[in-house]
Design a protein around this ligand. Structure first.
Ligand SMILES: [Zn+2]
Length: 289
């Protein structure tokens, strides 16, 4: 596996930044030239494990095919969770008490003692961020081992399909390459996101929304690569400092995913879509060649 640091160092050159901007511009043009769908996607929500399992088996088939995997190679179990289950009063009251603590810190910094107030603000912000993140992370599908995928009840069929393409790609890469830890997240997210979007962009009917996801993902990488190029390494530096896995913020996660996805897109231009199979074989050097 390749560490985040190596990927960001590789991507953050003026030349790659220009390629990124061109890629975004090209996809935006393509996006606006596509006719808008007449009707919004059907609102039918996936509520049962049976329905979700059926979508997983379709997603699995597409990914296995794309990566030339033997059918039945990887068979993660699927679990379906309700996202509201965790948003009970406990969480809400903890959030309120931490927000009050934060407000008190701001007051103390202004009227009383800047250092003590400042420290309170710091604690308030980090506790709130932790709680909010915890909340976010359980409303997002996850795959932390090749044996289990957790999905959220109530997603539409298309959302579920997109999530399962992504999560199943994670299951496969964890099985082959291991390493879902934060240090390697850029590569693993790039692999999963690239696989998901590559497959769904080539599906036809839904490719306008896939293209939109692709643009958004590339755009997430853009801001931070620009910061790094101009010497401001805000997110990236923070990530390199021993932050705990569960403390990774939404922005950091989106940046890592965006940067990883951009890495695969660059490599696709040079090596074609076989790059995904190559990486799965452990041939990660090709990503940088
Ligand atoms: Zn992911």
């Amino acid at each position: 596996m390749v560490e985040n640091k190596q990927i960001i160092e590789y991507l953050a050159t003026r030349d790659n930044y220009n390629k990124l901007e061109n890629l975004i511009a090209k996809e935006l043009e393509e996006y606006y030239s596509m006719p808008k769908p007449k009707k919004a996607e059907s609102g039918k929500k996936i509520k049962t494990l049976e329905e979700a399992t059926e979508i997983l088996s379709e997603a699995k088939h597409s990914v296995d095919d794309f990566l030339s995997l033997k059918p039945g190679y990887c068979n993660p179990k699927l679990e379906l969770k309700g996202s509201l289950k965790y948003n009970g009063n406990g969480l809400f009251s903890t959030m309120v008490s931490n927000a009050l603590f934060l407000a008190a810190g701001i007051g103390a910094a202004i009227y009383w003692h800047p250092m003590i107030g400042g420290a309170m603000v710091g604690v308030g912000i980090s506790k709130l961020a932790f709680i909010l993140n915890l909340n976010l992370s359980i409303t997002t599908p996850v795959c932390n081992s090749s044996e289990l995928i957790t999905c959220i009840k109530g997603a539409t069929r298309e959302e579920m399909r997109m999530s399962l393409l992504h999560e199943y790609a994670h299951a496969v890469s964890i099985d082959r390459l291991g390493g879902q830890s934060l240090k390697y997240r850029c590569l693993s997210e790039g692999f999963a996101q690239g696989t998901q979007l590559h497959i769904s962009k080539h599906y036809g009917a839904k490719n306008r929304s896939s293209l939109f996801s692709s643009i958004r993902c590339l755009d997430n990488a853009r801001h931070d690569i620009k910061c790094k190029l101009s010497g401001k390494e805000k997110f990236f530096l923070k990530m390199e400092k021993n932050i705990k896995e569960e403390m990774i913020s939404d922005n950091e996660y989106m940046f890592l995913t965006g940067a990883g996805y951009f890495l695969f897109r660059l490599a696709e231009e040079k090596h074609g879509e076989d790059i995904y199979k190559e990486v799965l074989e452990g041939n990660t050097k090709l990503l940088f060649a």
